[in-house]
Ligand binder design. Structure first.
Ligand SMILES: NC(=O)c1ccc[n+]([C@@H]2O[C@H](COP(=O)([O-])OP(=O)(O)OC[C@H]3O[C@@H](n4cnc5c(N)ncnc54)[C@H](O)[C@@H]3O)[C@@H](O)[C@H]2O)c1
Length: 246
């Protein structure tokens, strides 16, 4: 696997669930993990766990929906680390249920802001910053956590499923643009099925029907570490755990 040691990764949603597991897994490979979240206490706990395992991490407050936060956090990391900061993992996400007859407009907009709009413009800030910071022949990595919900239908989940479908499409479009403009950046994504994380508590699914977020984090780290090639930019599906209808 390609070297990850010594690189710096910004992981959104790093305070919980898959984001935390990704920080832990990346740090175990020698990456300095930046756990970015609106939940500052949770992000601090992630750092504590990484450090307890002998890894390197820091916590930062980042609301992915706030342009000023995105600019400040990404700019600050390039200032401190230069092009060593070359990994962005978009994990932060929210789910707000609602049906055609009652879906709340503000909640719908917030889901799109966190699950699609914010990550898209974080990708923009990251790539533009990397293009400026880059001095050698190196390449950056962007990894997007989408969801199998992007390609399935979930009654009562119009905001979540549609926002994930939009994020999947944005990911594919940016993969195409990266090739078209020969940007030094690989973009990959994953569409996990159900994972046993705090997000899923509202659905009452038995844990044995869900994946451990650590399994998905391992897939992410594997994808980030693998050599580039024809299949370098892809979307990975993990539908091995039964999808649950809503
Ligand atoms: N749990 C699942 O079954 C499942 C399945 C497929 C995909 N996903 C996706 O995986 C990702 C991680 O979800 P999880 O299951 O670990 O959920 P989680 O609720 O445990 O973690 C989500 C994290 O995102 C953070 N967050 C929310 N709004 C934010 C904002 N505006 N800015 C920054 N951080 C914010 C939360 O504070 C939380 O720490 C999400 O994108 C989710 O949609 C989850």
């Amino acid at each position: 696997m390609a070297g990850l040691d010594g690189r710096v990764a910004l992981v959104t949603g790093g305070a919980s669930g898959l984001g935390r597991a990704t920080c832990v897994a990346l740090a175990a490979r020698g990456v300095h993990a930046v756990a970015a979240d609106i939940d500052e206490a949770g992000a601090a706990e992630t750092v504590r766990r990484v450090q307890a395992a002998g890894g390197s991490a820091e916590a930062v407050r980042l609301d992915v929906t706030a342009g000023e936060d995105r600019t400040a956090v990404v700019g600050g990391l390039f200032e401190r680390f230069g092009a060593r900061f070359d990994i962005l993992v978009n994990v932060a996400g929210i789910d707000r249920p609602g049906y055609l007859t009652d879906v709340d407009e503000a909640a719908y907009a917030q889901v799109f802001a966190v699950n699609c709009h914010g990550p898209v413009f974080l990708m923009q800030a990251f790539l533009n910053g990397y293009l400026q910071a880059r001095t050698g022949d190196t390449e950056a990595e962007i990894f997007n956590v989408i969801s199998i919900s992007a390609v399935t239908v979930g009654s009562g989940a119009v905001a979540y499923n549609s926002s994930k479908a939009a994020f999947a499409k944005a990911t594919e479009i940016f993969q195409t643009e990266v090739r078209e403009f020969s940007h030094p950046c690989r973009i990959q994504g994953i569409m996990p099925a159900a994972m046993d994380t705090p997000m899923m508590e509202q659905w009452g699914i038995p844990p044995e029907r869900m994946m451990d977020p650590g399994e998905v984090a391992a897939e992410i780290v594997h994808a980030l570490g693998r050599p580039r090639g024809v299949l370098g930019q892809n979307l990975v599906f993990t539908p091995r755990v039964e999808y649950f209808p809503r």
